[in-house]
Design a protein around this ligand. Structure first.
Ligand SMILES: *Cc1c(COP(=O)(O)O)cnc(C)c1O
Length: 393
């Protein structure tokens, strides 16, 4: 680390932070493919283990390539500390293990990533941690659900797939007034478009699998926040329980961060053009995108995000059959539930990501049978449009 970086802009931080060049003089960041590290003497080994001297010990919890990714992402999110994890889900698990104990309560937004719901309702519940779900954009609903044992508010904004927004600053105020921490899953926006810590959030979660990589190559995650909660407590869970990011995957994400800002702007620009076009299609009954002036939280999106992001959802009349027909008519788009890739992906939430919900739960979540989600990639937007047009005529 050098002092210059305190003055650096976002793009410079994404390219320059975290690489301590070795004696070989390499220009690109090296991959430290080693499980352990060697000490100069028995006394030095003892000092490392006791914490009296800093340095690498064992790659379950200290690896220079992983640390470079952590430092770079911490700088981009404006956090004091970052802990990289094996996946986005293990980032959420490690955070819950570090912050919560038996008897505690979580209030979470209802429309969150499916596996996060299972983690809360099936697994954390077994250890005496309960969860209630609030309507994302309704602060009064969050307030109503907070109990004396509530310790953590968890929010994903914008939501998947309907791109509803939560007001991060209002949720942070509510959390702090009730002695809770606010955890924001920032997967959809990334720090290039939204910086939850600056809006008052305490902890940011990432599935690095998505936009941080940006090219669909690896699974990973991260937790960002202050030195005490993340640097000590979440780090302690990682060190002990070991959901560790591999140096190979860390290197991929480190390189991904170098183009993050460019890519997020380009994803947003393509998505905006696509949303503007979809609105005009006679067979499309509704388009969900924060960049549209008719989006119910368009004003909040402008305030809270630098750009509307790369996810567009739209509804076609004719239910499941019509939606599947649009999806199956595409020749270029990838039919896959993943997102945050340079390749545009298309999915039918009602029968995939939200397929395990009951009909009533799906209706309550606003996931209609005619809903299609597009995670807009970086191909020429005209080609994406032409591919969707095949099924919309
Ligand atoms: C994918 C995703 C996760 C889980 O991340 P993995 O890397 O797949 O474990 C969590 N939250 C959101 C919003 C996601 O899209």
């Amino acid at each position: 680390m050098n002092n210059d970086e305190f003055d650096w802009g976002f793009d410079t931080l994404g390219i320059r932070v975290g690489h301590a060049r070795t004696a070989e003089g390499e220009h690109s960041e090296p991959i430290f493919a080693t499980s352990s590290f060697v000490f100069g003497s028995a006394a030095e080994a003892a000092a490392r283990f006791s914490g009296d001297s800093e340095g690498n010990i064992y790659s379950r919890f200290t690896n220079p390539t992983v640390r470079a990714f952590e430092q770079r992402l911490a700088a981009l999110e404006g956090g004091e500390a970052c802990v990289a994890t094996a996946s986005g889900m293990s980032a959420i698990l490690a955070t819950c293990m570090a912050m919560l104990q038996h008897g505690d309560h979580i209030v979470s937004s209802r429309s969150i990533f499916g596996s996060t719901t299972v983690l809360f309702d099936k697994y954390l519940a077994r250890f005496g941690i309960s969860t209630d779900y609030a309507a994302l954009s309704d602060i009064a609903d969050w307030e109503r659900l907070i109990k004396p044992n509530t310790r953590l508010l968890f929010v994903e904004t914008p939501s998947n797939p309907l791109t509803e927004l939560g007001d991060i600053r209002a949720l942070a105020d509510l959390a702090h007034a009730n002695d809770c921490v606010l955890v924001v899953d920032n997967c959809f926006c990334t720090p290039a478009l939204q910086q939850p810590l600056a809006l008052g959030a305490d902890i940011v979660i990432h599935s690095a699998t998505k936009y941080l990589d940006g090219q669909g190559r690896a699974i990973g995650g991260a937790v960002v926040g202050d030195a005490k909660r993340v640097g000590e407590e979440v780090f302690g869970v990682l060190r002990t329980a070991g959901p560790t990011l591999s140096p190979f995957a860390a290197w991929i994400f480190l390189k991904g961060l170098e183009t993050l800002s460019l890519r997020m702007q380009a994803h947003s620009a393509n998505a905006q053009q696509l949303a503007d076009w979809l609105v005009q299609q006679p067979r499309v009954s509704k388009v969900h995108y924060p960049g549209l002036s008719e989006h119910p939280q368009h004003a909040l999106a402008k305030l809270q995000q630098k750009a509307p992001g790369g996810i567009v959802a739209f509804e076609v009349d004719g239910g499941r059959e019509a939606a599947w027909q649009v999806i199956d008519a595409t020749r270029m788009l990838s039919i896959t539930a993943n997102l945050g890739d340079v390749k545009t992906t298309i999915t039918h939430p009602a029968t995939t990501t939200h397929g395990r919900l009951s009909v009533d739960q799906r209706a309550a979540a606003g996931i209609s049978d005619g809903l299609i989600r597009v995670a807009v990639g970086l191909e020429d937007v005209g080609d994406i449009r032409d591919d969707l047009q095949r099924g919309l005529i």
